[in-house]
Design a protein around this ligand. Sequence first.
Ligand code: FAD
Length: 178
Amino acid sequence: MLIEEMKHHECSAMLARATVARLACAVDNQPYVVPIHIDFADGFVYSFSTMGQKIQWMRLNPLVCLEIEEFTSPKQWATLVVFGQYEELPDKPEYTYPRSMAERLFQRHPMWWEPASVPLAGHPHRSPILFRIVVARMSGRRAEPDVSDVREIPTSASNQRRPRWLERTLSRLLRRQS
Ligand SMILES: Cc1cc2nc3c(=O)[nH]c(=O)nc-3n(C[C@H](O)[C@H](O)[C@H](O)COP(=O)(O)OP(=O)(O)OC[C@H]3O[C@@H](n4cnc5c(N)ncnc54)[C@H](O)[C@@H]3O)c2cc1C
């Protein structure tokens, strides 16, 4: 297996494809991680929540981290780690534009917001909170099968068309040798 760093544009493309991320925040040296739905536009990650622990914690400490993954197999995956700052988008005139960006997201994926917008049984209604993460930096790593993994392919498959990852690995090796 080969693991390589992803370029910045590849990280941005992966973030744009992502629909779910793990959001990590921390207060008093205690980390807290939950999955959330996300959308990415113009350097901001948009999301939506009701009041609860993660909002309380991000208000206290706005430095957060997101983790996103695309898993194909144990030898073929990509992961993204995004560092950023929590910014709440209250219903005030100065937040009209970012709120409209976030609302566009809800219109595209109405099912995402149903759990947050419907009150829990036995609990009072909780007002929705729009927020975004201002992306400060991100890194991506991608794993692909190595040439040693090629040996694992049964000989009966050798006459078939080679998959893209194998073409890429072989051409990389040939480039290194030349
Ligand atoms: C695929 C997916 C997408 C989601 N998308 C969103 C989203 O876009 N916006 C959103 O607000 N929520 C989303 N959720 C739910 C989210 O993960 C949290 O469960 C929820 O937001 C409550 O978080 P909170 O910090 O407000 O917890 P609170 O309701 O304040 O509860 C606090 C305590 O409950 C426990 N807890 C909270 N959440 C979880 C959990 N998921 N699993 C186990 N224990 C938990 C923890 O022990 C925590 O200390 C999503 C969940 C999934 C699975």
